[in-house]
Design a protein around this ligand. Structure first.
Ligand SMILES: Cc1cc2nc3c(=O)[nH]c(=O)nc-3n(C[C@H](O)[C@H](O)[C@H](O)COP(=O)(O)OP(=O)(O)OC[C@H]3O[C@@H](n4cnc5c(N)ncnc54)[C@H](O)[C@@H]3O)c2cc1C
Length: 412
């Protein structure tokens, strides 16, 4: 339980990925560290991540895997604490992990292994962790070198009663994450704290999130719900090739989550349903060799039957009864081009309810990329997803949380 009038060298707000790394790194330097969590449990997102197996990092982390108004900001922290540094800790704790495609590393057993490791590291280095704590007020103290901040905190207890206490600290670290999935702790308090100290907060949007349709495509997606296929998706100069899953509301799956980071309302996305095949040439070729076949029959060699049925009614409904030989080469080329570049206009994303990350957030221009401290207020640090750094799918977001948390932990 929190007690009145305690002082710590460092108080970290938010016991998520970034908060843990910062707290343990600072405590290993001999500092007294208090890690505060608003909800009833620490590390909820870690437990839910990677389908319960936590895709904790990626072997191929590059600055290009991150979306930010300042693309260079993430470089220093990511180079100081790399995927290999985190892997070393995972190996020291004998956690079994596996490499999946694109260099993604997952726990073999459970995401709980990663949380246990972080809790163990924190406990061994003397971090004090408290849950059920809300921050009601943060004030700056003047005149005392060791107590720069005073915090008014409220810790709720069983049966609804709560205790209010004041705490002081020399360094305050905001690791409260962002808006994604409110039931897993998503909150905007980090933005409020940033604004209190005069930092810019850039507009936020849901990232790594399924896309939805309202028009006839919603009906088509609903009929195909559960079907997935490998496609290339492109939007605003970015392309990803992975699987796309039809849902009752639209499309999801890894490739959709990736492209959602680059999609803005009103934009079209383009789907290459036959990546690696120049469909126009292939169809003309099929006409020459299998002229008696129906177009839909030929296409089922490369696409699920249910998808071909929907495409037939969308793209060549009036000619669906024709054999390939009865199509002109021009008509086949046109259909082929549409299969390689099918334009879709999503109406919206599914929003923060299902988004894996929040894009935008605390403007990195007011933050040191080396230390994560803000130039506006000595001793105040921002780390993890609260900052305007959003990663691709594949372990990049955790690597940013670990790396930025570690950077701050060295300088608090
Ligand atoms: C379902 C899901 C699956 C994911 N899977 C992966 C994956 O496999 N790989 C990957 O790289 N990324 C994944 N992510 C993204 C990743 O979880 C986040 O990018 C990462 O957790 C961000 O770390 P963070 O510490 O900045 O924030 P968080 O992990 O969100 O931690 C913030 C903490 O602060 C607490 N908090 C909020 N407000 C307050 C307050 N006022 N006072 C005190 N505490 C507060 C929250 O309760 C929370 O515990 C996933 C996200 C989701 C939602």
């Amino acid at each position: 339980m929190l007690t009145e009038s305690n002082h710590y060298d460092v108080i970290v707000l938010g016991a998520g990925a970034a908060g843990f790394l910062c707290a343990m790194t600072a405590a290993k330097r001999g500092l007294s560290v208090l890690l505060l969590e608003k909800s009833n449990k620490v590390g909820k997102k870690i437990l839910m991540s990677g389908g319960g197996r936590c895709n904790f990092t990626n072997l191929y982390v590059e600055p290009g895997n991150y979306v930010s108004a300042n693309p260079h900001f993430c470089i220093a922290a990511l180079s100081r604490f790399t995927a290999w540094d985190f892997i070393a800790m995972v190996e020291q704790h004998n956690i079994e992990y596996e490499e999946r495609k694109h260099g993604q590393l997952f726990c073999v057993r459970s995401a709980g292994d990663i949380l246990e490791m972080l809790l163990d590291e924190c406990a061994r280095s003397g971090v004090v962790t408290e849950t059920h704590v809300e921050v009601n007020k943060i004030a700056v103290l003047t005149g005392e070198s060791d107590a720069r901040f005073s915090l008014r905190l409220e810790q709720s207890r069983k049966h609804g009663d709560s205790t209010a206490v004041s705490m002081t600290c020399r360094s305050l670290v905001v690791a409260t994450g962002a808006l994604s999935i409110p039931t897993l702790g998503g909150s905007g308090i980090g933005y409020d704290i940033a604004e209190q100290f005069g930092l810019q907060v850039l507009p936020q949007t849901a990232g790594l999130v399924p896309l939805m349709f309202t028009d006839t495509l919603k009906v088509v997606c609903d009929r195909l719900a559960g079907t997935s296929l490998e496609v290339e998706l492109s939007c605003n100069g970015q392309s990803f090739t992975e699987s796309m899953l039809f849902t009752h509301r639209g499309v999801s799956g890894p490739v959709v989550l990736q492209i959602s980071n680059y999609w803005h309302p009103g934009d079209e996305i383009h789907v290459d349903l036959l990546p690696g095949t120049f469909a126009a040439d292939w169809l003309v070729d099929m006409k020459a060799n299998h002229g008696a076949s129906l177009l839909r029959t030929v296409l089922t060699q490369k696409l699920p039957r249910s998808v071909v049925k929907e495409l037939a009614s969308l793209l060549w409904a009036s000619s669906d009864h024709l054999s390939l030989a009865e199509f002109s080469d021009t008509a086949l080329c046109q259909i082929g081009n549409e299969l390689n570049r099918w334009p879709l206009k999503p109406s919206a994303t599914e929003g923060y309810r299902t988004a894996e990350v929040t894009l935008g957030g605390v403007d990195t221009n007011g933050i040191s990329s080396k230390t994560m401290e803000t130039s506006k207020q000595p001793g105040l640090f921002f780390i993890g997803e609260v900052l305007d750094v959003g990663g691709h799918l594949g372990g990049f977001n955790f690597q940013w949380a670990w790396a930025s948390g570690h950077a701050a932990g060295l300088f608090v």
